[in-house]
Write a protein that binds this ligand. Sequence first.
Ligand SMILES: N[C@@H](CCC(=O)N[C@@H](CS)C(=O)NCC(=O)O)C(=O)O
Length: 212
Amino acid sequence: MLIVHAFATPNSLKVPIALEELGLDYQLQPVNIRQGEQNQQTFVALNANAKVPVLVDPDGNNGQPMVLTESAAILVYLAERYGRLLPTDGVKRAKVFEQLFFHASALSPAFSQSGYFQKLAGEPNPAAIARFHGEAKRTLSVLDGVLARNAYVAGDEFSIADIAHYGWLWRKEFAAVDFAESPNVERWFNAVTRRPSVVRGIERINALLPQA
Ligand SMILES: N[C@@H](CCC(=O)N[C@@H](CS)C(=O)NCC(=O)O)C(=O)O
């Protein structure tokens, strides 16, 4: 069975949503990043970058185990292995990659750092907040422009690029952004939230949080 090392985080959520979309069985292995478990030797042996998510496919490498890190790479791997969520047509496929790279290089780091400097950093850093909160709002407005033209982020079909963006928009409060000036993102977000795969993925990832 596929194993996903994960926690209730934006990047982790992407993987169970994809697995639910693909109708696959999987096990979530909790890595409590609030308690530093991502730095334990056993986890760093799986991901030298010490971050969730990590996918372990027991026979993904010609019958041998395959370990994969980076949420966008995991989404591409699953889509290619199971033949869904990533068009084969050149232009449609390129548009999915355009959004995946935009997500991984722009929106995701902006949201992550915006949240870090506003919610977690030990001391105030106005320049960092201005830069990253500004980037979070700016990338959200870029996405709003894309969704003004398309039903989904890479065109008229739901794809792994939607799953990638959804992960961070699910945690928009952490980045201190909202949909007040992004009505197209809001329409898309609400539609994606209603997908059974997303409902189930959120339920399973939230179950990784320690019970109070
Ligand atoms: N580029 C990586 C980012 C992964 C990432 O930042 N994961 C966060 C949780 S969403 C994490 O593990 N943080 C722990 C830490 O930074 O120590 C991906 O997309 O998988």
